[in-house]
Design a binder for this molecule. Sequence first.
Ligand SMILES: Nc1nc2c(ncn2[C@@H]2O[C@H](COP(=O)(O)OP(=O)(O)OP(=O)(O)O)[C@@H](O)[C@H]2O)c(=O)[nH]1
Ligand SMILES: [Mg+2]
Length: 440
Amino acid sequence: MLTDPIAAIATPPGRSALAVIRVSGTGAYDVARRVIANFKPEPRRATLSWFCDAEGQRIDRGVYTVYAGPHSYTGEDLIELSCHGGVLVPSRLLEALQAAGARPAAPGEFTRRAVLNGKLDLVQAEAVGDLIDATAPAQASAALRQLDGSLSQRLSTLRDSLIEVQALLSYDIDFPEEDDGAVPPERIADRIAAVTAQIQQLVVTGPSTERFREGALLVFAGRPNVGKSSLFNALLGSRRALVTEIPGTTRDAIEAHTDFLGWPVRLADTAGLWDSPDMIDRLGVEVSREYLAAADLVLLCVDAGRELGQDEAAIARERPVLLVRTKADLTATPGQGLAVSAVTGQGMDALRHAAAERVFADRINLADLEPALTRDRHRVALTRAGTALAEAVPHLDRGGDAVLAAYHVRDATSALEELLGVVDIEEVLDRVFGSFCVGK
Ligand SMILES: Nc1nc2c(ncn2[C@@H]2O[C@H](COP(=O)(O)OP(=O)(O)OP(=O)(O)O)[C@@H](O)[C@H]2O)c(=O)[nH]1
Ligand SMILES: [Mg+2]
């Protein structure tokens, strides 16, 4: 494992009041000593000092803070230098730190070291990335919960249960004929069933992980001139798409990111669906069809008070649809569906609510109480664990092959271990022998 000192600017480039540079690794203090005047490795104390280059030229006066390993983000000796921002000072200071012996850090290397040093597990490390990338409040709070360890704890409890099952199975393998000592197969089966149920509960949140990360794709579709672009603009609170009374105004699809009540969504305004003689219009309609096929939810726009046509009914049959009645300000009897008006603002919140509820139902139900999966990696690993456990079950019967059962349970355990980034055979061995009686 690499522990050489690394350095990087932790703040974005450009004009800013301050910038932060981090140095971490074995020998980080030596690096710091060559750059920071009167450097003292006193932990967790902010000290004002001059930062200088190898020739002793002053670069800036700033504050440094020392975090002595293992009590630091990376688990190594770490120094944070806070200097003035802008284009020149931070890069000159970084150069000086490199000249003093630090290597430029690779992307994510500080967090990678934190994982290797046991400060964070892999799931928590992913949460750090998610928190930085979050654009919608729901994404940020999910990332914070994950960083706090809610998902990790659930996963490691499951892993502990499986390690215990392995221990019980090993007992069966080693002492198959013992009358008093043999582990009743029901006991093992019950454990496995309990773990399987919990895995399934987590996997339920799997299908929406992509949606949750990227934002659910909500596509405005319908005939020309029904008010799709007006609605799109009203929901975004800005005039992103052109609106005219001429049918066929929108020709190309327009996408915008926003959130509905904190939930991340991507809105797509599309060209109206119609049989136009014009080639460009027809190309636009083709793009609309592609969006329809990719949509997590189609916001099917139909003028309030009008009967649904064959074309519109067909979309509602084929795709997940929320029927939206547009221009509801023009009629008292909008008909079936959610009545909205881009002019009066009627129904906007109801639309946000209904759409978010449709695409994030699994997560909204869990509220903030239960951990949920946030990446495909999580779903794939848990599905693998679930499958392995299902394969173990037939071998648990009396007279079944405990060796095969143990093999599958081991497979399930290692799926969870890969997920958490902890792989340690010693721990299984400890548990196996620790639960045996003395003298056996
Ligand atoms: N009264 C009323 N008029 C609306 C409303 N929404 C849109 N309109 C009018 O309907 C016409 C068409 O609106 P657009 O938003 O361009 O309709 P579109 O569905 O995007 O049309 P295409 O891009 O041509 O497919 C414009 O003249 C809008 O001013 C509404 O809620 N109430
Ligand atoms: Mg339009």
